[in-house]
Design a protein around this ligand. Structure first.
Ligand code: PLP
Length: 414
């Protein structure tokens, strides 16, 4: 199969927006195949942050002078852009956090510590990123709740037939699952899980860190109660992410972090909390980062999330086809139709770090390791894999370079 000229997404043209590609690495053009870890940054986003710092910078929400009001407007405009991206009902349900990990910890601590008790069951998946696994395992441990996994089949799909057994373990109160696996690219059936969670009387927590950059994400259609995303994986800056939560749940929750900005009133005997979203935004907000996040959302919206998903789908189908011809390769995960632009593999008995290091000499950047998914690695029976991941600036010839590079790796370690 060939990657067709995609009329809606011109990766070659978009690539010119990303200054990182102007450099050579080991004398070769950069083939950046590690966007699932963090994406590269377009000039438009960088310019929006610089402009904010140069023309609109002051602390937000506190000043009455014009500059502070301008900064506040910058932050709140960004919040509205995140709301629109997620099709969330209200901007006050969008909380700025440092990253998806913090968003998930916020829910685990602020909802879990108050609502979980012995006899309750917290359910995550065997596929989960540690960021949506460890907080729940930890809070379940602290509250005496049981912690259970939805197992995987051999293709890396969730075994939803196991849900009945899980329900028999106790009072299911939390179901936490990723929308797209960062390791295998599996697109999970979160809508079905959310419906099941609600039948059990549980909350549904969706980790959309790996979905938001690549496809339309509509929190109302998803049916989850909380959704976590990170800006840095979607052309935005590091240091900012967002949690969306249903207002009725957020309003009933205790705060996560306490201190400046998040209060209504503070007295020696009692402190009361501010309104949403401020109750969950203690301290100075990541203002410039939020503005950059908003600019990244504009950038991706202009390309079109349907076009992005379709293009990545072509890339992953092409990659799976080309890679499967490499002798000694073992590919993990479902067929192309059921996955996003991520491919995990191992090559003969060569350690993934050695594979990645040899490829680096050709200017090819891929990831090697457990990808923050050690339970998944145990399920696959490996300590680590190699992972190539794609984005709007990935060119089909970079996949060809990866394949040629793997042939060279085999020669080096023959
Ligand atoms: C599926 C998934 N969830 C959560 C995270 C954590 O994101 P962050 O490091 O931005 O908190 C990642 C990052 O790799 C991820 O891929």
């Amino acid at each position: 199969m060939a990657v067709t000229a995609q009329p809606k997404l011109d990766a070659r043209k978009l690539r010119a927006d990303f200054p990182i590609f102007e450099q050579a690495f080991h004398g070769k053009p950069l083939a950046f195949l590690d966007s699932a870890a963090s994406s590269q940054k377009p000039r438009q986003m960088l310019a929006a942050m610089t402009q904010f710092y140069e023309t609109s910078y002051a602390n937000v929400h506190r000043g009455v002078y014009e500059l502070a009001e301008r900064a506040t407007a910058g932050l709140e405009t960004a919040r509205e852009k995140v709301r629109a991206l997620l099709n969330a009902p209200a901007a006050r349900e969008v909380i700025f956090v440092r990253n998806a990990t913090e968003a998930l910890n916020l829910v685990a601590y602020a909802w879990g510590l108050t609502n979980l008790r012995p006899g309750d069951v917290v359910v995550v998946t065997e596929l989960e990123h540690h960021s949506n696994f460890v907080p729940w395992q930890y809070i379940a441990g602290r509250t005496g709740a049981e912690f259970r996994l939805i197992p995987l089949d051999d293709e890396g799909q969730l075994r939803l037939d196991a849900l009945e057994n899980v329900a028999g373990e106790g009072n299911v109160r939390v179901v936490a699952a990723g929308v797209v696996s960062n390791s295998l690219g599996t697109v999970n059936q979160v809508e079905r899980l959310a419906a099941w969670a609600h039948e059990q009387g549980a909350i549904m927590v969706a980790d959309a860190a790996q979905a938001a950059p690549h496809r339309v994400l509509d929190v109302q259609a998803l049916g989850a109660d909380f959704v976590a995303i990170s800006a840095h994986k979607m052309c935005g800056p590091s240091g900012v992410g967002a949690l969306w939560g249903r207002a009725e749940l957020l309003e009933r929750m205790e705060p996560f972090l306490v201190g400046g900005h998040m209060i209504r009133s503070v007295r020696a005997d009692v402190t009361t909390w501010g309104e949403l979203p401020h109750k969950f935004e203690a301290g100075t907000a990541p203002m410039a980062e939020a503005v950059g996040f908003g600019a990244a959302i504009d950038y991706l919206t202009e390309i079109g999330f349907d076009a992005i998903e379709q293009y990545e789908h072509e890339l992953v189908a092409y990659a799976l086809e080309q890679l499967s011809d490499v002798p000694g390769i073992r590919l993990y995960g479902p067929p192309a139709e059921q996955r996003a632009g991520i491919v995990s593999f191992n090559l003969d008995d060569v350690h993934p770090h050695d594979v990645a290091q040899v490829l680096d000499l050709d200017g090819i950047a891929i990831r090697a390791g457990h990808h923050c998914c050690q339970p998944l690695m145990s399920r696959l029976g490996v300590a680590a894999t190699n992972r190539a991941s794609f984005y709007v600036y990935t060119l089909p010839e970079e996949i060809d370079r990866l394949v040629s590079g793997l042939h060279r790796v085999r020669k080096v370690f023959a």
